[in-house]
Write a protein that binds this ligand. Structure first.
Ligand code: AGP
Length: 607
């Protein structure tokens, strides 16, 4: 949602905070702001829009400051403007916040005798509450402890009190927050990307703890306000993960990262291309008779694609749920059901709450997560990390494919453990991982093909992606990518369902993309494509080389994308890489902000 950062140390706090906010901007870019100690007074500068506009404003301020907090916003309460931008100051207290204070109206009513509110935000109310508690308790730790009792919702808050301008306090619940110390420099941030240019070692603040940084010290307190020590974590990637490395956009860089991500997964989980490796690294799942996969957005789509593989090869019943729906539906607990939660960020609020619901029903939970030590990873009974490294572009690419590859490997393992396939068959499938790397590299080398097609369709106002079974699930992801970054109204639709109504939207020149990877349904999907052609559509066919051979004399399509053949577990990944390129180039020709699409944020930490 939002990104927060705090710094105390020997460097220019403004510089440290601005570079941190640039790294956090993928979390929200509606407005940004900074508060820093200027001659022992807290100075606040805010700006609507991108961090670069705040940076321009700071150019006129030449004061030296070693203490500051910063914020980049994804608006939840109140429109994106300077008044609603963070930091907020009430009384003698200044805060930045990531999350949502659900009971802010009640708190506001209680506090309005003592305070006037100028913004529409929930955060300003939390700031007033902390200021009020401090005025009552005269002790900052006790005041924060009291405020934590009063606040309902999710938060990571960084707080500066006027009477201690060289120190920053912080508390959190549900929203991510890490802290770090390097020599006399101390940091707090929503994620490691903000401080990676200084250190890759960090601490995670737990909900029952309070921390403070300042005067070269980083101190943690437990819920009895006793000083405690904590375990340090190490981020295994490098600063390159959060750099574009010469690519025009993070999205393009992250598409080109895909072979490296596949190699990370192969080397870690199946180095010998042997199902025994998977059994050792993933574990034994033979006790389960049912799987429910839960996620949001692209993570949900990865689950939809994997459903076909689990059902077809492991012969196990699979349910796929959107987390926001699963949270409020009736669940019938089943001890033989495995709940798989998929999330790139590991912080998506709906998926985190779906996990907690499953656990409250005593169901086994497995997290397939990209961000190390994120909330969903830490709270799941078991976690398989996706090893995709930092993903900065809001539209997920390499992380979605890492999720899908892990799920494909899991479906091979479960097919083997459920004796649906034997060791040789399983290893034959796994052998194709080498081909996956080769085929993916061919697609990267062939990017101009997708650019040429994008150049012909980027002015379209609407698009349809149609397919059957797993191909329909791939259409869902291809369509979301197109919508997210090009703002073209695109819809994914089960090919056989179109004629029951939606085909009325097809008119002259409407682009219909058909994805076909399976022999047994190819002819059916082709008929559905031709039904739209009869209504004037133009067709982009996306298929495999062998299926193309079958239909090459039947040129019913205007454009075609062909991927090399590979087994059913891995062909979905190669198809999606081509669709990621298509949406990337359509958005590029439209001149859109590809890495930071409007109205979106990388990690949705609110309901
Ligand atoms: C995908 O490109 C989007 N960024 C979005 O749909 C995303 O997949 C969804 O918000 C889930 O995020 P997560 O994987 O971090 O939980």
């Amino acid at each position: 949602m939002c990104g927060i950062i705090g710094y105390t140390g020997v460097n220019d706090a403004k510089k440290v905070i601005i570079s941190g906010l640039h790294a956090l901007e993928y979390r929200g870019y509606d407005s940004s702001g900074i508060a820093f100690n200027e001659n022992n007074k807290i100075k606040i500068i805010k700006s609507k829009g991108k961090v670069s506009l705040l940076e321009d404003k700071l150019k006129n301020n030449n004061s030296i400051s070693n203490v500051g907090i910063g914020h980049t916003r994804w608006a939840t309460h109140g429109e994106p403007n300077e008044i609603n931008a963070h930091p907020h100051k009430v009384g003698h207290t200044t805060v930045v916040h990531n999350g949502i204070i659900e009971n802010y109206i009640d708190l506001k009513n209680k506090l309005k005798e003592n305070y006037q509110f100028i913004s529409e935000t929930d955060t300003e109310v939390a700031c007033a509450l902390i200021d009020y508690c401090y005025s009552q308790k005269k002790d900052k730790l006790k005041a924060l402890q009291e405020a934590k009792k009063e606040i309902i919702g999710s938060y990571a808050l960084a707080i500066i009190f006027d009477d201690e301008p060289n120190v920053i306090y912080t508390i959190r619940k549900d929203s991510p927050l890490i802290l770090a110390k390097k020599n006399n420099d101390c940091f707090l941030a929503s994620d490691i990307a903000a401080i990676l240019s200084f250190t890759n070692k960090y601490y995670i603040l737990n909900p029952d703890e309070i921390a403070k940084i300042g005067n070269g010290k980083l101190i943690f307190y437990n819920d009895n306000l006793k000083e405690i020590t904590k375990d340090i974590n190490e981020y295994t990637g490098t600063i390159n993960d959060v750099m574009k490395n010469g690519y025009k956009h993070f999205m393009l860089k992250e598409i080109f990262d895909e072979p490296t991500v596949y190699n990370n997964i192969i080397n870690k989980y199946v180095p010998n291309y042997d199902v025994k490796d998977l059994e050792k690294n993933f574990g034994n799942f033979s006790k389960y008779e049912k799987i429910t996969i839960i996620g949001c957005g692209s993570a949900y789509h990865a689950g939809m694609a994997a459903k076909s593989l689990f059902e077809e090869y492991a012969n196990i019943e699979v349910n796929v749920e959107m987390a926001s729906e699963y949270r409020y539906k009736k669940v019938i607990p089943n001890s033989k059901e495995l709940i798989i939660l998929i999330s790139q960020s590991g912080e998506t609020a709906d998926t985190l709450e779906a996990l907690r619901k499953a656990k409250s029903n005593q169901m086994d939970t497995l997290g397939i997560i990209n961000v190390l030590s994120s909330s969903i990873a830490r709270e799941s009974d078991k976690v398989i990390y996706c090893l995709a490294g930092c993903e900065i572009a809001v539209a997920t690419t390499k992380a979605y494919l890492a999720q899908l590859l892990i799920l494909s490997l899991l479906s091979i393992l479960m097919a083997y453990q459920r004796k649906e396939i034997d060791n040789n068959q399983a290893n034959n499938y796994l052998k194709d991982l080498k081909l996956l790397l080769k085929n993916t590299q061919l697609i990267l080398d062939n990017k101009d093909t997708y650019e040429k097609i994008a150049k012909k369709v980027y002015q379209d106002k609407e698009m349809f992606f149609i397919g059957r079974n797993i191909d329909y699930a791939l259409c869902m992801e291809a369509s979301l990518k197109m919508k997210e970054i090009s703002y073209i109204h695109s819809e994914a639709y089960p090919a056989g369902e179109l004629k029951h109504g939606t085909i009325s939207l097809i008119e002259d020149n409407t682009l219909v993309t058909g994805i076909i990877t399976k022999q047994n349904i190819a002819a059916k999907t082709i008929s559905n494509l031709k039904e739209t052609k009869a209504r004037g559509s133009k067709i982009l066919l996306v298929t495999t080389n062998s299926l193309y051979q079958d239909y090459q004399n039947d040129k019913f399509y205007q454009e075609i994308i062909i991927v090399d053949d590979i087994n059913q577990f891995f062909v979905p990944l190669t198809i999606i890489t081509t669709m990621q390129f298509l949406s990337y180039y359509v958005a590029l020709y439209k001149g859109e902000d590809i890495d930071q699409p409007r109205n979106l944020a990388k990690s949705v930490t609110v309901e």
